[in-house]
Design a protein around this ligand. Structure first.
Ligand SMILES: Cc1cc2nc3c(=O)[nH]c(=O)nc-3n(C[C@H](O)[C@H](O)[C@H](O)COP(=O)(O)OP(=O)(O)OC[C@H]3O[C@@H](n4cnc5c(N)ncnc54)[C@H](O)[C@@H]3O)c2cc1C
Length: 690
């Protein structure tokens, strides 16, 4: 068992049901809610005593309101807040609900518990439709009500999870977002003393701003003193039902922050609006319009995440439709290569895999798309050589990951799964499978807030006083926010910034064939997927320093050879047909990769001032700074998704949209630093290579 890294496994809540059908936590020996009055209690304690009705009526047209909660439990508080939000707010406003839960209910228990509240049925159904069958530790984001209601579940201990968000806020010098209201729920202090600690209250303060309110059902002295010490005012008011008192209050002053500003400090969300040189600092309303260059997985994902937040997005692409370059394969695999060392890459892959698999059924409903646009038919990762066998053995023995995610299976078991002879043991990923990237891009780009403009090759970007001008050969567009998602050609649009990206050529072979089809995706040194439209897809070659975009017969032979390793029986049956078929069906694409194999997602540095600013790092790598890094205002990138764009690009869209909208980002700061576009310059300065 791995003791060095935190486990990704979570224990589901152990629920006992009393004779009234009311759930009771076996861990805490306490009820989740009262069956007679659960709804009324939530409304009284949390909604009424945070004055949500009144505060929501005073929101600006496009404002977001953030609630944070300790103890998601059955989701009752979330559902009640969501219900009231729908009655009170405009579709242009949004609710972000962040909730931390150490022992998430299983889907079955959640369904049973929520049956007690028929008046919440329409919302319960939507929550249940997205609620996963298992959780890993960390942040998980969900959208409801056309994106107007955002739920971020932090799975794990409140004292470990909330500090990740607090770190994001500190690194932005508290200038980004803040919680507006706290629902201090969770089991009573006497039953759950480990949560109600001074660290919880000080973290709450760091996540809040002056005026942020809280309410809690308890009036316990430890809670009162803790909140007071953290800077909250405290008032005792009449408790609900038979409870005598409860506590309410608000943060009275700004939490203290360190004076140093890290190099990954995010820019102000307003981009140009706050960077403009004029002295008019009053016009800081967020301009919610953006241009995205590139309609592949990266661009479509960023467009979708912004559109969900009410942004209006123009997507430009040089091709005649979406997903015609690297994202143009008929079948892409959801291949999640995890590490037992919990590296930032592994954290990103785990979060991205879960995000994409949640997104697929929403965007491409299984009733019409299963087997055509995607299929969660399961995926096999073969232990096809010594190195891969070692990685898999280390993953299994680390016991870090829940077995619902993947499990070790023997050669015989995998043969049964694949429906044809398999030569190696390996890992079985039951919820994984393949996706048609173009269908996913089309579904994302169909959002009504997105307009697409094809056959528009962007030739240059011009920086103006208040906006960027995006030039094509015969016209131009302007916006304060531009996202570059142009795959391996991003660098050509950024002549003054060095982002170390390289193109890696890949050829996929499409093999028309009418016989045996694999029942699952099989990955080894390449992959084969279940047949679609009587075509087998086998891939892919991996060639550096080769920019030929015509298909090569050598590559096709390599792919057919791959098939012999992946599924020898199928290879024997099909080889004559495959070898005689023409090259016309193959497809070449270029992956875009970075030197550390992590994607590049975030704000783009203004290179010369950036290097000058951080020049002291050449002498002392530990130098600290007190002013923010120089960025190119309003210019962003999502690229270098390597061989796993289906897993990283949708989540990267969410990262970018959260940066631009000035919201909590559903990842740790470790991952945000590891994917930050400025990391290469900082490394270069520390190594005195820049
Ligand atoms: C052979 C191969 C097999 C792969 N297999 C898998 C797999 O199984 N699973 C997986 O997850 N990933 C796989 N990948 C990787 C995945 O396809 C990529 O990570 C992903 O497609 C990258 O998306 P993107 O949007 O960044 O780039 P692209 O899809 O290349 O999109 C960039 C877009 O920008 C446009 N553009 C570029 N320059 C300009 C300009 N100047 N003006 C206007 N438009 C411009 C292009 O036309 C293009 O549409 C594979 C890649 C290849 C090549």
């Amino acid at each position: 068992m791995n003791t060095e890294h935190p486990s990704q496994k979570t224990l589901p809540a152990n629920i006992l049901w009393d004779e009234d059908g009311q759930p009771i936590s076996a861990e805490f020996d306490d009820v989740y809610f009262s069956r007679q009055s659960g709804l009324a209690e939530t409304r009284y304690v949390f909604l009424q005593h945070n004055q949500l009705q009144t505060r929501w009526q005073q929101l600006d047209t496009h404002q977001q309101f953030i609630i944070a909660e300790t103890g998601f439990g059955t989701g009752l508080n979330f559902l009640c807040a969501w219900q009231q939000w729908l009655e009170a707010c405009k579709p242009t406003q949004s609710l972000s609900f962040i909730s931390v839960e150490k022992y998430p209910l299983t889907k079955n228990d959640l369904e049973k518990a929520l049956k007690l509240w028929p008046e919440l049925d329409p919302l319960c159904e939507q929550l249940l439709a997205q609620y996963p069958s298992f959780f890993t530790e960390g942040m998980h984001r969900f959208y409801f009500a056309h994106g107007n209601v955002q739920l971020t579940l932090l799975i794990g201990d409140a004292l470990e999870q909330l500090p990740h968000l607090a770190q994001q806020r500190r690194q932005a010098a508290l200038n980004n977002w803040a919680i507006d209201a706290w629902f201090l729920d969770g089991f009573a202090p006497a039953k759950n003393p480990k949560m109600w600690q001074p660290e919880l209250f000080s973290t709450m303060a760091c996540l809040s701003k002056p005026g942020t309110t809280f309410s809690t059902f308890t009036a316990a002295g430890i809670v009162k003193r803790g909140l007071q010490a953290a800077g909250f005012s405290i008032e005792k008011v009449q408790g609900f039902g038979h409870k005598r008192d409860m506590l309410i209050g608000h943060l009275t002053s700004n939490p203290s922050i360190a004076k140093t500003i890290p190099w990954w400090h995010p820019p102000q969300p307003n981009g140009y609006a706050l960077n403009k040189k004029s002295n008019d600092s009053t016009n800081t309303t967020l301009n919610k319009e953006a241009i995205i260059i590139g309609a592949g997985l990266a661009g479509a994902s960023a467009a979708f995440s912004l559109a969900q937040r009410g942004w209006h997005v123009k997507v430009l692409d040089q091709h005649s439709g979406p997903a015609q370059a690297a994202s143009g394969n008929r079948q892409g695999m959801l291949y999640a290569k995890l590490s037992p060392h919990q590296t930032p890459l592994s954290q990103l892959i785990l979060a991205g895999y879960q995000y994409t698999t949640r997104l697929l059924p929403q965007l491409l409903p299984p009733e019409t798309h299963q087997g055509k646009s995607w299929d969660n038919c399961g995926l096999i990762q073969l232990a096809f050589n010594e190195q891969e066998a070692k990685r898999q053995a280390a993953l299994i023995s680390s016991q870090l990951f829940p077995e619902q995610l993947f499990e070790y299976q023997t050669t015989e078991q995998l043969t049964e799964r694949a429906g044809s002879n398999i030569q190696y043991p390996g890992l079985w990923w039951p919820s994984s499978g393949w996706v048609w990237p173009q269908a996913l891009c089309q579904a994302m780009l169909a959002h009504p807030n997105i307009t697409t403009h094809y056959q528009q090759q962007v030739t240059s970007l011009e920086r103006h006083e208040q906006h960027w001008q995006v030039n094509t050969s015969d016209r131009y567009w302007q916006s304060a926010h531009v996202i570059i998602a142009a795959g391996h050609t991003c660098q050509s649009l950024l002549p003054d910034v060095e982002l170390p990206m390289k193109a890696i050529r890949g050829q996929v072979s499409q093999l028309p064939y009418q016989g045996l089809s694999p029942k699952t995706v099989v990955c080894g040194d390449g992959y084969i997927s279940p047949m679609v439209d009587n075509v087998l897809h086998v891939g892919a070659t991996f060639t550096h320093d080769n920019d030929a975009n015509t298909c090569s017969s050598q590559d096709r032979r390599e792919n057919i050879q791959r098939l012999s390793q992946l599924m020898p029986e199928l290879y024997e049956l099909a080889k004559n047909t495959l070898e005689s078929d023409s090259l016309n069906n193959d497809k070449v694409g270029f992956r875009c990769s970075s030197p550390d194999y992590l994607p590049i997602v975030g704000p783009i540095p203004d290179q010369i001032p950036f290097i000058e600013h951080y020049a002291p790092l050449r002498q002392n790598g530990n130098t600290t700074f007190t002013t923010p890094p120089p960025y190119l205002p309003g210019l962003w990138i999502t690229a270098a998704h390597g061989s796993r764009g289906l897993i990283t690009a949708p989540l990267a869209g969410e990262i970018l949209a959260s940066y631009l909208a000035g919201e909590p980002i559903p990842l740790t700061t470790e991952v945000l630093q590891a994917t930050h576009p400025c990391r290469f310059l900082i490394r270069g300065l520390k190594r005195r290579q820049v």
